[in-house]
Write a new protein. Structure first.
Length: 335
């Protein structure tokens, strides 16, 4: 709150922030001070799901002007390395990423960012939708990596925000049927709302039993599984559930070491793929939102002003609702 307003560099813009979503990783840094090798060593601003209004542009910026409403892609490559050259800039080891130590995030009133990674929002796309492009991008990237296409049968493991965006995107990309599993009935209800064809409430079943239930409701084994929990038993169920020759994409991150039935996957030629964030997804997401082909509005269940950030984080930590959104601009009440 008391930081000076930053001055944008030649290729940067200064933004008055509007909407910032709280991610599970934000809560994890707040509670534990680290995620894997990323350790918080000094005070850090959280937030990486964001939108705002341009208030000042650097001397080299031509595609944006003050007053433009933009969505912010939080990952900005620092150098043109081999990954950037091949279009996979998310894998660049020196990438800047909002709210990943030591890089500050954008949960603040004013924030400066690389202009190339700020995308103008059409008039019919709200600030909240702009902020939701970040989680939506995870779904776009995961479903692309999974090869979802016309007629795909898809199993999404986990019905939190990331599971839900994968349901939305898989249906958009032509999946014929999507089944979702979770331990929460209310979250499965939300999955139905956003387009899931079938849901399976998991209680104490073994991974093999979960796989068998998925096959039963789908009428076949899914050729694609998108695992969004990172829980060992769920990854195991994902392998057992996926049709031979199919693909399992690991989106959720859990413990560093996980025991999985790797021989089962190997002898059935189940491809196991990872994803790291996303790349080249903002233009796609904006086009989908502007055309009203997808609807992410039901994902936002709670809204708080920036002054009540602690309350918002506590709400997320308790697992209430789906997506908690913080409003950084007290003068602007638009969604």
């Amino acid at each position: 709150e008391n930081r000076p307003i930053p001055e944008p560099g030649p290729n940067e813009v200064l933004l008055r922030m509007h909407s910032v979503g709280i991610c599970g990783s934000d809560v994890h840094y707040w509670q534990h001070g680290r995620i894997g090798d990323f350790v918080v060593k000094e005070p850090m601003v959280l937030g990486h799901e964001a939108s705002g209004t341009v208030v000042k542009v650097g001397s080299g910026v031509t595609h944006l002007k003050p007053g433009d409403r933009v969505a912010i892609e939080p990952g900005v490559p620092r150098e043109m390395d081999e990954f950037c050259k091949t279009g996979r800039y998310n894998l660049s080891p020196t990438i800047f990423f909002c709210a990943t130590p030591p890089d500050d995030g954008n949960l603040c009133r004013y924030y400066k960012h690389s202009a190339s990674y700020c995308y103008k929002l059409p008039d019919n796309v709200t600030f909240e939708e702009g902020a939701l492009i970040e989680p939506l991008s995870v779904g776009i990237h995961a479903c692309k990596r999974a090869g979802v296409t016309l007629g795909s049968k898809v199993f999404v493991s986990g019905s939190g925000p990331i599971g839900l965006v994968n349901v939305i995107v898989a249906k958009m990309m032509g999946a014929a049927s999507v089944v979702v599993t979770d331990i929460s009935a209310s979250r499965l209800q939300k999955a139905k709302e956003v387009g899931a064809d079938f849901t399976v409430l998991v209680k104490n079943e073994t991974p093999q039993e979960v796989a068998s239930k998925v096959e039963s409701v789908l009428g076949c084994m899914p050729e694609i599984t998108v695992e969004c929990t990172g829980v060992q038993a769920c990854i195991q169920a994902g392998i057992y559930a996926t049709r031979s020759g199919g693909t399992l994409v690991l989106v959720g991150l859990g413990p560093e070491m996980v025991t999985v039935p790797i021989v089962n996957a190997a002898v059935r030629e189940v491809d196991i793929r990872g994803i790291f964030r996303y790349c080249n997804t903002w233009p796609v997401a904006i086009a989908l939102l502007a055309s009203k082909r997808i609807n992410v509005k039901p994902l936002v269940t709670h809204r708080f002003p920036l002054e009540k950030a602690l309350e918002a984080f506590e709400t997320t930590k308790r697992g209430e609702g789906i997506k908690v959104m913080l409003k950084c601009d007290p003068t602007d009440q638009s969604p």
